[in-house]
Design a protein around this ligand. Structure first.
Ligand code: ZN
Ligand code: ZN
Length: 407
């Protein structure tokens, strides 16, 4: 089987794990159409009832950001909401192809971008809530586009850059192994060993320290659950929400971060790069922050709502993970977050505490689960990262030493 076919099969059979007579909604940049049609074909052959294509084009989005009437950035047309709610409520699977040009939006007014993000996330709240509680199945994966490939490999020719990025993606998602589907099963089991350990330990706090300046303590909510290597759909079958994935993750208590976090990689937020940035937390809230580049974007992000200034995810990724070993800065969160320990600002996954998927907003808040219109990962891992876990009875255990798992 050709490698592109193998990758398409991985997304359909392992990523969203399409079921007989289920609908599949694919959101993809128009540049990725050739590959995405392979996925569409594969999904039908695997029993999908219909495959609905949502083509996107960030270049025309940019024209809209630059030229459209200012009033359109505060609302989303009703039909968009109806579309997503319909497919979520009928338990379709959603596949998102993430392949944005990290520099395209750099001259766009960041206020317009954040207003539209906010309007979209308000309009799609029902859909996003269902997504974050695994009530519908979803998978995010990537396909190279020329603009993205040239940002990652600026010294290569167009053709070489595209090939290099394809190869980096194939390696990251194990599509280059003889039996990728089997390789994912083994990988999932390995990640689950770590989550089993962490779930049993039920650490009360985690302490982070490295030479970049990170010096942070986070407290964990009672009955938190670590995940890694895949989740279960509401129907009980296995799915992988991110391909690649190397992380084990859960949520910190929303009022539980104290100290400083320094980012170790740039963040591509809606086509704008934020570089060399840091946050100071007091009782879970960002009280001070800075960035060498992209300060305006960072300010917009933190200003979305109160929850955007609190943490909603803590994730552990070894410094020598297969993606990190490639030594490539992808400028794409899906890959960079799986090469580095990270946190997310904003909404937490309710599934990360026991019974969370069935709690209402009030109960979630009472249990320390952060809520926000956004969920944005940022990377903090370094080769000297030290993370310790402190249990309820005061015993301290090494979780990370020299950037890698010590458990
Ligand atoms: Zn993550
Ligand atoms: Zn995340």
């Amino acid at each position: 089987m050709e490698i592109l076919e193998k990758y398409a099969e991985l997304l359909v059979k392992v990523g969203v794990n399409i079921q007989k007579s289920q609908s599949l909604v694919i959101s993809s940049p128009i540049e990725c159409a050739d590959f995405v049609r392979l996925v569409q074909t594969r999904a039908y052959k695997s029993g999908a009832k219909e495959v609905v294509m949502r083509w996107t084009d960030e270049k025309s989005d940019k024209i809209t950001f630059d030229l459209a009437d200012d009033a359109i950035f505060d609302s989303i047309p009703e039909w968009v909401k109806v579309f997503f709610n319909h497919y979520s409520d009928t338990e379709a699977a959603f596949l998102h192809i993430a392949a944005s040009d990290p520099s395209l939006m750099k001259d766009v007014d960041p206020k317009r971008i954040s207003r539209l993000t906010k309007a979209r996330n308000i309009a799609l709240e029902h859909y996003i809530d269902r997504q974050m509680s695994n009530k519908h199945v979803w998978c995010v994966a990537s396909v190279p586009t020329l603009a993205w490939a040239k940002k990652v490999f600026p010294s290569l020719s167009d053709k070489e850059a595209m090939n290099a990025l394809w190869n980096a993606i194939f390696k990251s998602v194990r599509a280059d192994s003889p039996d990728p589907v089997a390789a994912w099963k083994t990988h999932g089991k390995n990640l689950q060993k770590r989550t089993d350990f962490l779930n049993k330990a039920q650490f009360k706090t985690l302490k982070y320290k490295n030479s970049l300046g990170t010096d942070l303590v986070i407290s964990m909510p009672k009955n938190h659950i670590w995940y890694g290597g895949g989740e279960k759909s509401s129907k009980g079958y296995e799915v992988i929400a991110n391909m690649p994935t190397e992380e084990v993750f859960t949520m910190p208590h929303k009022a539980g971060a104290n100290g400083k976090i320094v980012a170790s990689l740039p963040l591509n937020y809606n086509g704008n790069l934020v570089e060399k940035f840091w946050f100071v937390f007091k009782d879970g809230l960002v009280t001070d922050y800075g960035a060498e580049k992209g300060m305006e974007t960072l300010k917009e992000l933190l200003g979305i709502d109160e929850g955007a200034k609190r943490l909603g995810e803590v994730a552990l990724v070894p410094y020598d993970s297969p993606i990190s070993k490639q030594g490539i800065l992808f400028y794409n969160t899906l890959f960079d977050e799986n090469a580095s320990c990270h946190f997310a600002l904003g909404k937490a996954y309710p599934t990360c505490i026991k019974g969370g998927e069935d709690m209402d907003k009030k109960a979630l808040a009472a249990n320390g689960v952060n809520d926000s219109l956004i969920h944005v990962d940022f990377m903090v891992g370094t080769k000297d990262m030290e993370i310790s876990g402190i249990k309820e009875d005061g015993t301290e255990l090494a979780i990370f030493r020299n950037g890698n798992f010590a458990i």
